[in-house]
Design a protein around this ligand. Structure first.
Ligand code: AMP
Ligand code: ZN
Length: 311
């Protein structure tokens, strides 16, 4: 039988102490569900400043701004086989389409905190699990320019069902992505350039950031094979910073997709085959890395870091 609930990883030691301090000082506002975490005024201010600083960083990229809602058509998630690779992370929107009698039953069950999910049907929508996902079908609406194109998603809310007590592992968080589409050579070169630029940027904020090869958390036994193949092909890199856990935390990631999204959504260019890649900043994780590294007394941060964030 399928598990109805997963064990929620607990934050202990240095990570637990950091989480408790953030909550006690009002930087984070917990809810009854782990990973569904609100943010107090200091955290919000830091998040917005960091986002503005990233805008400055990417200004010379000539990226086109595109923003999307936090839900996307279910059909698009199905098309990219997300549910085969990451069923444990996906979130799906179900809605009530019944009559008045059924509504009464639903309301009563909900009021009593009983299981009312049987009254719902798929709304044809899923939660967006990565800011870049809605970009690929949008790019397919016209030919990709011969010299490629970069899209900036802005800081978008995304959803991944991985509830945890770790303050860095959220169920809903902001991800800001640059998405590049173009010829295989130009997309490869773009990713290498941005890997170096993003690492230097995070180091310029005083973060002890390092760079490593990585893999996605593919589901199950076949997932292990997919993860090994992703690593062997060096398709994913991360910038890692210690944030109190046993291992450093990924604050930004670079993914090369080869022609995966391009072929699913039919991206074409007069210059030939189209590849895509993306660079994603986990905005909350970057803020948490700053708070862990420099402390929660923001006024006492090194002056060059304050200057970088216009503080
Ligand atoms: P990914 O698409 O998995 O490479 O994620 C892009 C970035 O989002 C990562 O580098 C992290 O900084 C951030 N991220 C991923 N999962 C989470 C999570 N559960 N909570 C907070 N940030 C996350
Ligand atoms: Zn992406």
């Amino acid at each position: 039988m399928a598990a109805s609930a997963r064990d929620v990883p607990q934050a202990t030691g240095e990570q637990g102490a950091f989480r408790d301090k953030l909550v006690a000082e009002g930087l984070l506002v917990p809810s009854r569900v782990p990973g569904v975490t609100g943010q107090g005024p200091v955290f919000v201010d830091l998040r917005q400043r960091l986002d503005a600083r990233i805008s400055k960083l990417v200004a010379d990229e000539g990226a086109i701004a595109m923003e999307f809602p936090p839900v996307e058509p279910r059909h698009d998630m199905e098309s990219v086989d997300y549910l085969s690779s990451f069923p444990q992370l996906a979130g799906s929107v179900f809605a009530f389409l019944g009559d008045e009698a059924e509504a009464l039953e639903l309301g009563e069950q909900a009021h009593a905190h009983q299981d009312w999910s049987g009254h719902l049907q798929s709304a044809g929508l899923v939660m967006v699990p990565a800011a870049c996902h809605p970009v690929y079908p949008a790019l397919a609406r016209q030919p990709v320019p011969a010299d490629g194109i970069t899209i900036d998603t802005g800081a978008a809310w995304v959803f991944r069902h991985e509830p945890s007590d770790d303050p860095c592992r959220l169920v809903a968080f902001h991800m800001r992505e640059l998405v590049r589409a173009g010829s295989p050579e130009s997309v490869g070169a773009w990713r290498d350039t941005w890997r170096d630029r993003a690492l230097a940027f995070l180091q310029s904020l005083g973060l002890p950031a390092a760079f490593d090869e990585a893999n996605d958390p593919f589901f199950g036994r076949t997932g292990k094979v997919l993860a090994r193949s992703q690593r062997a092909q060096k398709l994913k890199f991360e910038v890692l910073v210690p944030v109190g856990g046993d291992n450093p935390t990924a604050v930004a990631s670079f993914n090369a997709h080869s022609d995966h999204f391009a072929s699913v959504f039919g991206l074409v260019s007069e210059a030939g085959p189209v590849h895509t890649a993306c660079l994603g900043f986990g905005i909350e994780r970057c803020v948490l890395a700053l708070l862990f590294t420099h402390g929660t007394d923001v006024g006492g941060w090194p002056s060059d870091v304050l200057a970088e964030l216009s503080l």
